[in-house]
Design a protein around this ligand. Structure first.
Ligand SMILES: CCCCCCCCCCCCCCCCCCC/C=C/C(=O)SCCNC(=O)CCNC(=O)[C@H](O)C(C)(C)COP(=O)(O)OP(=O)(O)OC[C@H]1O[C@@H](n2cnc3c(N)ncnc32)[C@H](O)[C@@H]1OP(=O)(O)O
Ligand SMILES: Cc1cc2nc3c(=O)[nH]c(=O)nc-3n(C[C@H](O)[C@H](O)[C@H](O)COP(=O)(O)OP(=O)(O)OC[C@H]3O[C@@H](n4cnc5c(N)ncnc54)[C@H](O)[C@@H]3O)c2cc1C
Length: 627
C-alpha cells in the first residue's frame, strides 16, 4: 500500500475538528485567512521556486535571492498587499534576504530611537525602499559586549558633523545582514565622543553606497564576510564587513531619542532610560520567539508524517510491518516536540502582547515594566531557539537515513535556523541577563517593591531571602547554576502561559482536549527530564516521578491517533515544507526515487572525470593484477 493511503487512514482517525485547530494555531479566523491565501499564492507562483537552492553556487544563489526579493516587492506593490499580508509573503517565500534586516531592524531602529523629525525624514524613503538599510552593531572583536564596541563617532562643532571611524581592525563591523552587497545605509553603532568626553554607544544613520551606481562612498570599505554553515541556507544573506575611515555625517543623523548633541557640542540625556538604545534587540528577540514555533512545527510536521508512512519490523503472517510512529520510543521523542511547537506558538503570542504593552507604556513615559520585558524577551528567545534547533536535529534523526537527504528539507532547515541561537544575543549571554534580573528581584524581596507579573511567584518563596552561600565572587562563580535557574524560570513562564491559554474559551469539537493533552505532555516531559532536580530539592517524591512517567505514556497513546491531524493544523503547503518526507499525501517513496534522478550528478550516466580519474585507476589495477 502506498503512503498516500496511510495518511488518509491516519486523518480519518482524528478525534477533533482540524479546521477549528487551524484557527487556534493561526491566532484568529482573520489570521488564518491571510496565512492560507498568501501561502497558496506563493506556492503556486514559479517565481518563488526554492527546490534548487542546494545545487546553486554562492553567486548564483545570491543573485537568485536578489531576483526573488525584487519579485516579492513587485508582488506586494502590484497586489497592494497590506503590511500583514506582505509579512506573510516574506514568511512563505522562506528565504533569508537583506530585506529582513531592512524591515526587521533598520526601520524599527529609526522608529524606536529616532526623534519624530528623524522618523519623518527617513521612514518614507525606507518604506518605499528608496533606501535599503541594515543594522551594523557587531564588530570583529565584540558582539555580546556592546559596551566594548570600538567604532567612534566624534562630534566636530566646526562643521556640525560626526566623524565615524574604525580605529582598529577589530573595530570593523562584522556580520550585519544586508551590509555585504546591498545596503545603501546602515544604523551604525559607535561610541559617542563629544568635547573629548565619551558618552557610551549610540546609533547613527550612515550612508554607505551611492544611490546612483551603488559604489561605496568615500572612506567606506565594505564587502561580504564569506560562506556560512550549510549549502544554501543562510548563504542567501550577504552578511558583511565594514570599515569607516573618518567618514563625516551631518549631526542630525545621530539617532537622538535617548540622548542628544546640540550644535554647540552639548550632550544631553533624555529622561528615557539609556537601555532604550538596546530597544531594537528587544523587538527582534520577541519576533524570534514568535518564529520559533514555525521552524519547530515545520520539522515536527515532516517527522510526524514520515513516521506514519515509514514501516520497520513487526510483520505478522506476511501483513504490513509496524509504522514507526507506533513505537513508544519514537513517540517519546516526537510527541514532546509536537507539544513544544504548540507551547511555543502560545508563548510567542503572549510575548507579542507583552511587547505591545511595554511599548505603549514607554510612550506614556512609564518605564516600570522594561526590565521584565527585557528578561522575558531575552530568556524566551534563548529557551525557544535552543529547543527548536535541538528539535529540528532530533526530527532529522527521527526520519532515519532519509532525514539526512537534502530533499527531506531538514538539513537546510537546521542550517538556516541554528544561528538563531547566536544572533540577537548568544543564548547563554541572554540567560545571564535573566539571572541578573532574578537575583535583583530576590535581593528586593521583603522590601516595599513587590514582584509582579512573571516574577509574582517569588512572593511565595520568600524564604529565598534567607538563602546565603559562601562562594567568593558570587554571580560569576555561580553563573552555571544561575543559568539553570534562568532556564527553569523561563520554562515556568511557558507552562503557565499554556495553562492560561487553556482557561480561555476554545471552540471546535475536541480541540481544547487535544491542547490539554499537549500541555500536560509539555509540562510532564520537563518534569521527567529534570526529575533529578525536582527530587533533590524535595519538590517531588520518587512516587510522583514514577506517576509522571506513567502518565506520559498514557498521554502519548492519546496523541497517537491525532498526530497527523495535529500537524495538518499547521496548514503548511508542500512548497513551504520543502520536504519529500513531509509531503501532504505521504507518497514518499516514488517522490524520493524520482528526485534522485534529477540530481545534477545523474545528468550523465558516466560522470565527468571518468576519463581523467576513474579509468586510469581501473586500468592501473588491471595492469597490477596481470603482473
Ligand atoms: C509593507 C511591506 C512590508 C514588508 C514586510 C516584510 C517583513 C519582513 C520582516 C522580517 C522580520 C525579520 C526579523 C529580523 C530577522 C532576524 C535576523 C537576525 C539578524 C541578527 C541581528 C543581530 O544579531 S543584531 C546584534 C545583536 N546583538 C546582541 O544581541 C548583543 C547581545 N548583547 C547585549 O544585548 C548586551 O550588551 C548585554 C545585555 C548582554 C550586556 O549589556 P551591558 O553590558 O550594557 O549591560 P549590563 O549587563 O551591564 O546591563 C545594564 C542594564 O541594562 C539592562 N539591559 C541590558 N539589555 C537591555 C535591553 N535590551 N533592554 C532593556 N534593558 C537592558 C540590564 O538588565 C541591566 O539592568 P540592571 O537593572 O542594571 O541590572
Ligand atoms: C547569521 C548571523 C547574523 C547576524 N546578523 C547580525 C546583524 O545583522 N547585525 C549585527 O550587528 N550583528 C549580527 N550578528 C552578530 C551576532 O549578533 C553576534 O554574533 C552575537 O550577538 C554573539 O556575539 P559574539 O559573536 O561576540 O559571541 P561571543 O560573545 O564572542 O561568544 C563566544 C562564546 O563566549 C561566551 N560568552 C560571551 N560572553 C560571555 C559572558 N559574559 N559570560 C559567559 N560566557 C560568555 C558565549 O556564550 C559563547 O559561547 C549576526 C550573527 C550571525 C551568526
Amino acid at each position: 500500500m502506498e503512503g498516500v493511503d496511510h495518511l488518509a487512514h491516519e486523518r480519518n482517525k482524528s478525534e477533533f475538528d482540524v479546521d477549528a485547530m487551524k484557527i487556534v494555531w493561526a491566532g484568529s479566523p482573520h489570521a488564518f485567512d491571510v496565512s492560507d491565501r498568501i501561502s497558496k499564492l506563493v506556492a503556486s507562483d514559479p517565481g518563488f521556486r526554492k527546490d534548487n537552492r542546494s545545487t546553486l553556487s554562492r553567486k548564483e544563489l545570491f543573485k537568485n535571492t536578489l531576483r526573488k526579493a525584487a519579485y516579492a516587492w513587485k508582488t506586494i506593490v502590484d497586489l497592494r498587499l497590506s503590511e500583514e499580508e506582505a509579512a506573510k509573503l516574506r514568511f512563505y517565500v522562506d528565504e533569508p534576504a537583506f530585506t529582513d534586516l531592512h524591515w526587521g531592524m533598520f526601520i524599527p531602529a529609526i522608529k524606536g530611537q529616532g526623534t519624530e523629525e528623524q522618523q519623518q525624514k527617513w521612514l518614507p524613503l525606507a518604506y518605499k525602499m528608496q533606501i535599503i538599510g541594515c543594522y551594523a552593531q557587531t564588530e570583529l572583536g565584540h558582539g555580546s559586549n556592546v559596551q566594548g564596541l570600538e567604532t567612534t563617532a566624534t562630534f566636530d562643532p566646526q562643521t556640525d558633523e560626526f566623524i565615524i571611524h574604525s580605529p582598529t581592525l577589530t573595530s570593523s563591523k562584522w556580520w550585519p545582514g544586508g551590509l555585504g552587497k546591498v545596503a545603501t545605509h546602515a544604523i551604525a553603532y559607535a561610541r559617542l565622543i563629544v568635547g573629548g568626553r565619551e558618552h557610551g554607544v549610540n546609533g547613527f544613520i550612515v550612508q554607505l553606497r551611492s544611490l546612483e551606481d551603488h559604489s561605496p562612498l568615500l572612506g567606506i570599505t565594505v564587502g561580504d564576510i564569506g560562506m556560512k554553515f550549510g549549502n544554501g541556507a543562510y548563504n542567501t544573506m550577504d552578511n558583511g564587513v565594514l570599515r569607516f575611515d573618518h567618514v563625516r555625517i551631518p549631526r542630525n543623523q545621530m539617532l537622538m531619542r535617548v540622548s542628544q548633541v546640540t550644535c554647540e557640542g552639548k550632550y544631553k540625556q533624555s529622561d528615557v532610560p539609556r537601555q532604550l538604545v538596546y530597544g531594537t534587540m528587544v523587538y527582534v528577540r520577541q519576533t524570534i520567539v514568535a518564529d520559533a514555533s514555525c521552524a519547530l512545527s515545520r520539522a515536527v510536521c515532516i517527522a510526524t508524517r514520515y513516521s506514519a508512512v515509514r514501516r520497520q519490523f513487526g510483520s505478522q503472517n506476511g501483513g504490513p510491518e509496524t509504522q514507526v510512529i507506533d513505537y513508544k520510543t519514537q513517540q517519546s521523542r516526537l510527541f514532546p516536540l509536537l507539544a513544544s511547537a504548540y507551547a511555543f506558538r502560545f508563548i510567542g503570542e503572549w510575548l507579542k502582547w507583552l511587547y505591545a504593552d511595554v511599548t505603549q507604556r514607554l510612550q506614556a513615559n512609564d518605564f516600570s515594566t522594561l526590565p521584565e520585558a527585557h528578561a522575558c524577551t531575552a530568556g524566551l528567545k534563548s529557551l525557544t531557539t535552543t529547543a527548536t534547533a535541538d528539535g529540528i536535529e532530533e526530527c532529522r534523526k527521527l526520519c532515519g537515513g532519509h532525514g539526512y537527504l537534502c530533499s527531506s528539507g531538514l538539513p537546510e532547515l537546521f542550517a538556516v535556523y541554528v544561528p538563531a541561537c547566536t544572533y540577537e544575543g548568544d543564548n547563554t549571554v541572554l540567560l545571564l541577563q535573566v539571572a541578573r534580573f532574578l537575583m535583583k528581584t530576590v535581593s528586593q524581596l521583603g522590601s516595599s517593591k513587590k514582584p509582579v507579573g512573571t516574577i509574582a511567584y517569588m512572593t511565595r518563596v520568600e524564604h529565598l531571602m534567607q538563602c546565603r552561600c559562601g562562594v567568593q565572587r558570587g554571580f560569576a562563580e555561580l553563573s552555571v547554576d544561575l543559568v539553570e535557574a534562568a532556564v527553569a524560570h523561563c520554562q515556568l513562564i511557558v507552562v503557565s502561559k499554556f495553562i492560561e491559554k487553556l482557561q480561555q474559551e476554545i471552540p471546535g469539537k475536541g480541540v481544547k482536549q487535544q491542547l490539554e493533552v499537549l500541555c500536560n505532555i509539555y509540562a510532564l516531559f520537563l518534569l521527567h527530564k529534570h526529575q533529578g532536580d525536582f527530587l533533590s530539592t524535595g519538590c517531588i517524591t520518587p512516587k510522583h516521578a514514577a506517576l509522571a512517567n506513567d502518565e506520559l505514556r498514557s498521554l502519548y497513546s492519546q496523541v497517537r491517533p491525532n498526530a497527523i491531524a495535529l500537524v495538518d493544523a499547521f496548514n503548511y503547503t508542500d512548497h513551504y515544507l520543502g520536504s519529500i518526507l513531509g509531503c501532504y499525501d505521504g507518497n514518499v517513496y516514488p517522490k524520493l526515487y524520482e528526485a534522485a534522478w534529477k540530481d545534477p550528478l545523474n545528468e550523465s550516466v558516466v560522470p565527468d572525470g571518468y576519463h581523467q580519474y576513474i579509468r586510469p585507476l581501473l586500468k592501473q589495477e588491471i595492469r597490477t593484477a596481470r603482473l
